[in-house]
Design a protein around this ligand. Structure first.
Ligand SMILES: [Zn+2]
Length: 76
């Protein structure tokens, strides 16, 4: 199960991005696991285009997000 705490909406334009984040991470992890490398910038752009994340305000929400829940959950 994936537990993430990402803002539901983009801070700038209000677009819902939380569900796109999970899809984005799944696509990136697919490339990492199957091809044993990091996705190229072109592939990242392609993933955003496929998900319909067009504006760069929304893209920065997803790209710059760092999941800290696993660090916090240790103190549960
Ligand atoms: Zn936005």
């Amino acid at each position: 199960m994936i537990i993430v705490i990402i803002p539901v909406r983009c801070f700038s334009c209000g677009r819902v991005i939380a569900s796109d984040y999970v899809a984005f991470v799944n696509r990136v992890n697919f490339i990492r696991e199957n091809e044993r490398r990091e996705p190229t910038p072109e592939e990242i752009e392609r993933i955003f285009d496929d998900l319909g994340v067009k504006r760069y305000c929304c893209r920065r929400m997803i790209l710059s997000h760092v999941d800290l829940i696993d660090e916090v959950i240790a103190f549960d």
